[in-house]
Design a protein around this ligand. Structure first.
Ligand SMILES: Cc1cc2nc3c(=O)[nH]c(=O)nc-3n(C[C@H](O)[C@H](O)[C@H](O)COP(=O)(O)OP(=O)(O)OC[C@H]3O[C@@H](n4cnc5c(N)ncnc54)[C@H](O)[C@@H]3O)c2cc1C
Length: 305
């Protein structure tokens, strides 16, 4: 939507926006994580094609997705200005399931030879999300699949991350609020010492902190989203919302387990899963340390330093 030509938008966006086909965002590499500018995947121009070689790691929808955007170095002498992005297509790894449920595959998408996904990661949380390596072996990509201008891929991906951070902040907030609601409900009916544990001040103080921080998180997320929607600068606010809400999701899910006592440590209640799911929010779309770096860069710039 942001960087494509009309032809690219018409070809790919309806398939993705309608949910017919899943897509993925290929930035992270085995040796280029937080420092995504260290991309080692290469794209060498040959006539009307680019030849891609390399790999990406930890890509959400890597196996079940069919449309991807990925970065590759087109000019090694220009640093991050020598990184471009490409639209790449392949089949879902689970065509039997896509046939059964009627979504997840589009026959008309080209299957680029040499482009495939690797093994599915066995993760702590986000168990329902398909995370995989993407592998490029002499993939011939038509020049028309270049997304945006050559050399602008890294810049465009960083811009995409800014808005993605509002999404991760929102899902973190949902986990934080959900954990709070579970804790509140449980504390209201679990009885010890002859009364509901919600009557104990020690438990009440935890619930108060959880509720207050959820409200604070809402203000940060909605403010960042409002700025983005009104086309105002929002990079700092998105990083702040993502940092605060992802760390809040961890704090609240841990408190929720504590309020559930031993039962919270079992799979009989949802709070243990919430804690496992929350952890990735402090890592994906830029770790908490990277958010602090982004925020520091903004506040120092604001100071004119
Ligand atoms: C489930 C899951 C889904 C993901 N989905 C995608 C996806 O769809 N697309 C995609 O491109 N990527 C995806 N990722 C990758 C994710 O964005 C990276 O894992 C993340 O950016 C961190 O990179 P890394 O794992 O290489 O860690 P590293 O960069 O190696 O970091 C290791 C540690 O060092 C710290 N660190 C690094 N540099 C600094 C610094 N300058 N100052 C202070 N601390 C620093 C980090 O904060 C971290 O704590 C996903 C990851 C997971 C686990």
């Amino acid at each position: 939507m942001n960087f494509g030509t009309d032809a690219q938008r018409n070809r790919y966006v309806p398939l993705l926006a309608s949910g017919k086909v899943l897509g993925g965002f290929g930035l992270t590499e085995p040796n280029a994580g937080s420092d995504a500018g260290g991309t080692q995947t290469t794209a060498v121009k040959k006539g009307d094609r680019y030849i891609l070689n390399g790999s990406k790691i930890f890509i959400t929808h890597g196996g079940v997705g069919e449309i991807f955007v990925a970065t590759a170095v087109t000019n090694p002498e220009r640093g991050t200005r020598g990184i471009s992005s490409f639209i790449l297509t392949k089949d879902s790894v689970d065509l039997a399931a896509t046939n059964e449920i009627g979504i997840g595959h589009d026959e008309s998408l080209p299957k680029l030879k040499g482009f495939r996904s690797g093994k599915k990661e066995d993760k702590l949380g986000w168990r329902a999300s398909d995370t995989r390596e993407l592998i490029f072996e002499d993939v011939e990509v038509p020049a028309e699949n270049l997304l945006g201008q050559e050399g602008m891929g890294f810049t465009n991906f960083m811009q995409t991350l800014d808005s993605g951070r509002i999404g991760v902040a929102a899902l973190s907030l949902g986990l934080a609020e959900g954990a709070y609601e579970e804790a509140l409900k449980y504390a209201s009916y679990r009885k010890q010492f002859g009364q509901a544990i919600a009557n104990f001040q020690g438990v009440q103080f935890q619930l108060s902190d959880m509720a207050t921080e959820v409200e604070a998180g809402k203000q940060l997320v909605y403010h960042a989203a409002w700025l983005a929607q009104h086309k105002k600068p929002y990079g700092k606010e998105a990083a702040m919302a993502k940092l605060y809400c992802s760390e809040l999701a961890m704090r609240n899910t841990i408190k929720a387990i504590q309020i559930h006592g031993g039962y919270g440590y079992t799979k009989d209640y949802p709070v243990e899963r919430m804690m496992r799911d929350a952890k990735i929010c402090e890592i994906g779309e830029g770790t908490s340390e990277i958010q602090r770096m982004v925020i520091a860069r903004h506040v120092l710039k604001d100071l004119g330093a």
